[in-house]
Design a protein around this ligand. Structure first.
Ligand code: PAF
Length: 274
């Protein structure tokens, strides 16, 4: 497995590989990230991954400085998964002092995570566009756990006519149903036990909506279920799966999305409806 820490090293490694599948990450890798590597390999592409904890997608009161970091552990996992190249840029490489460009995505970026975390998707879109420019992948693999992020990146790629495919990869879950996330490391043992209630509430709500129950009442029930499990719901919404616009009644393609605070941890999850 090649490791590039400078743009010169990255260029040399990219020339050696030809078209690649790309897995951008912020490290603290878990089985969900490895499923992205596996999806790229299944497409028959050599795999390039990046590890970069991107400061511009964290708000001032968020966890940038304490975000879990384990470079050697991550490299070991990527090597074991058969990754061909890891790109490990520094903050200076990604954001040189003279840089003056950032990307603003409207549409699917405006509500939900976009409203709760101002500036988050601009930080994501800017770093992802920059990584695409550096790595020049044929395809890039994103976990559906961050459903809205996948839609925002897909919109950006289409709008800017960037020459790559975005491949969404289904959510990897614990046996309990809890979606894998690097931030699950912050959960205490009792919180970890309570956390699967988020997925359970979404699955229940999806069933109710498909059974014809009223959407507003179903979402309210889901919020109650989260509160009963000790969470503070931020949003539980039925949305158009691509535009992220709220749906007052069931219409395809639909996705149920939710975010809730459990102790100090913000959990995200989503399920398809129909
Ligand atoms: O999903 C993530 O880990 C990050 O948002 C990403 C896509 C690597 C950009 O920093």
């Amino acid at each position: 497995m090649m490791i590039a820490r400078t743009l010169e090293e990255l260029r040399a490694a990219r020339e050696a590989l030809g078209p690649v599948g790309f897995v951008p990450t912020m490290g603290a890798l878990h089985a969900g990230h490895i499923s992205l590597v596996n999806a790229a390999k299944a497409d028959g592409l050599p795999v390039a991954a990046s590890i970069f904890v991107n400061p511009t997608q964290f708000g001032p009161s968020e966890d940038f400085s304490r975000y879990p970091r384990d470079e050697q552990g991550d490299l070991d996992k990527l090597e074991a998964a058969g990754c061909d190249l890891v790109w490990l840029p520094s903050v200076d490489v990604m954001y040189p002092p003279k840089a003056a460009t950032s990307i603003h995505v409207g549409g699917p970026a405006l509500k939900w995570e976009g409203a709760s975390r101002p500036g988050h998707f601009s930080g994501v879109a800017t770093v992802v566009a920059k990584l695409f420019g550096q790595v020049r992948p044929a395809a890039a693999y994103f976990g559906e756990k961050d459903w809205q992020q996948v839609q925002v990146v897909s919109r950006m790629v289409e709008d800017l006519e960037l020459p790559l495919r975005i491949v969404p990869v289904p959510i990897a879950r614990e046996a309990s149903g809890l979606a894998l996330s690097s931030r699950n490391a912050y959960l205490s043992a009792p919180e970890h036990k309570a956390a699967p209630a988020l997925y359970a509430a979404l699955v229940h709500a999806a069933g109710d909506i498909l059974a014809g129950k009223e959407v507003a009442a179903t979402l309210q029930n889901a919020r109650h279920a989260l509160a009963k499990a000790g969470m503070v719901p931020d949003y539980v919404a039925l949305v158009h799966a691509n535009t992220l616009e709220p749906l007052a009644g069931f219409a395809r393609p639909a996705r149920l999305i939710a975010a809730a605070k459990l102790g100090a941890v913000r959990l995200l999850d989503n399920v398809p409806v129909g």
